[in-house]
Design a protein around this ligand. Sequence first.
Ligand code: GCB
Length: 623
Amino acid sequence: MKRLPICLSACVNVGFARRIVFAAGAAALLAVSAAWAAPASAPIVLTGADRRPATSLDGDWASIVDPYFSGLFSFHHQEKTNGWFLNQKAKPGDTFPIEYDFSKAPALKVPADWNTQRESLFYYEGPIWYERDFTYQPKEHTRTFLHVGAANYRSWFWVNGQKVCEHEGGYTSFNCDVTAAIHAGNNFVVAAVDNTRHEDNVPTLETDWWNYGGLTRSVSLIDVPEEFIDQYDVHLSRGEGSVIEGWVQVEGSQPGAKVEIEIPELGAKATAAVGGDGRAVIYLKATGLERWSPEAPKLYNVILRAGQDAVKEEIGFRTVETRGTEILLNGKPIFLRGISIHAEAPYRTGRANTDKDAETLLGWAKELGCNFVRLAHHPHDETMLRAADRMGLLVWSENPVYWALEFDNPKVLAKAEQQLDEEIGTSRNHASIILWSMANETPNNEARTQFIETLAARARSLDSTRLITAALLVRADGHTKIVDDALGKALDVIGVNEYIGWYEQHPETADSTEWRIDYQKPLIVSEFGGGAKAGLHGGENDRWTEEYQANIYRHQFGMLNRIPQLRGMSPWVLMDFRSPNRPLVGIQDEFNRKGLISDQGQRKQAFFILQKAYKEQTVGKPE
Ligand code: GCB
């Protein structure tokens, strides 16, 4: 199916024919937004983009800090036609001044947040411009995408002065079609990235993590043939023994075009024809298939072919479902021994985005005895998911619907939907992901419930093979914790956060706490814990000491074991992480200290308490 031009729902691709008008002085300050072409079709996702040959644009980019966004907006706040995206150089005889020069501007590294690169940017919230020169040799009959791993929060991209896209949402990847803008030889790409928080963003003004800005994940150029594999979903059928099913979405194809799937190790191969919607439905008998599990995280090389295009993937095959209050992995009840993880980089701080970050964080989770991680509070870098697949860790993947969004604002719903589409579209082939989480600690009201029910229905329609969850708030009546949030109806697995012994009462209060859960569904206690500064010691009742935190953990296990439908837990949190809400000098110093491990890798006492409980399986039971 031919779909041109292609862009994201929030990524507005400018029509191919549009030309930048070079003009001088105030006359150039024309509003151009109105001239933009609306997105003509569904966005390009490029599932498995990290598996495709690519030209990396990582490294040093020239940067200009632009707090008033004067590189894009005129003094009367109209969008400029001669903004800094033109990357102009002053020439003798110019009739107007060029007040910026990327060639003299200091560098920022990509991929990385800007906050931890330059002291003056530590608290910065606003727009920053990036520019990078590159040489390129476009090939005939190919399309070229600028693939952006993530840009927090809003971003604009131009190639050789021509606008190629805009995107909103800081934690998902997107693709700008640059085919018409790129040429043989020297090229340049300019990006403006703005991490200003707004009430109608997803997430909104308030969060409990650092608002790291910038091109925080890798940027590359990906060439594909005119007919190419955009998205695919390859998974084990729940129903039949060893049947692999799913679909492949081919862009630029004609109905009837052939798609092939091959798993060489199993000697399995099948072909399917693309339908009128560009999608080929896969059905492949895979006799002798070894299932993926935390104990044996077997991955197979899977090759997908369509016309001249091919993607070589590594995919694990497993099933996940619920039966009453049980969670079944490959048909067997499982208890999720988990830990929550923020995308904070170990040792260096900043946004986690490398293989090494992923291996360190997930290595610690393994050391703890986990078979499960909650990747909070937004989609993490693909490197985390690849590592979880390899290391055998089950994953709760979360969209950034956090605390109190503007739930009655349809535009906010559209933003959340777009981010959910991107999350599922890009990460749906990871065996590790078993849960899509729709939200964290949202207020219990009708607008909220409707909003998240809409998201849950969308997630199910995009992917019926996984379970839907959300981390709910709990109310209390005396010593009884009550889970009756209306949102529970829309979930397959109920997540609940509680902070007995930290935000309420004392660690021992857990001993006499009972739970009333109004849903006969599996329950995960998705957060509990308390803060401790690594190396600070004292009595069990001295807040901020390792002993106090350890005491919270000790008292939780008995209570958790009294919840009949408890099927998992992911205490808060693996490692200390930066948050501006945590200014307590000498203790927090702008870190949330609820980590079991400090940001410098020191294990706190509670780490060993939880490790023992997990290794000896004294907490939790699968059925
Ligand atoms: C929560 C939030 C999490 C916070 C944590 C805390 O309930 O879900 O984002 O960081 O509590 O430390 O207060």
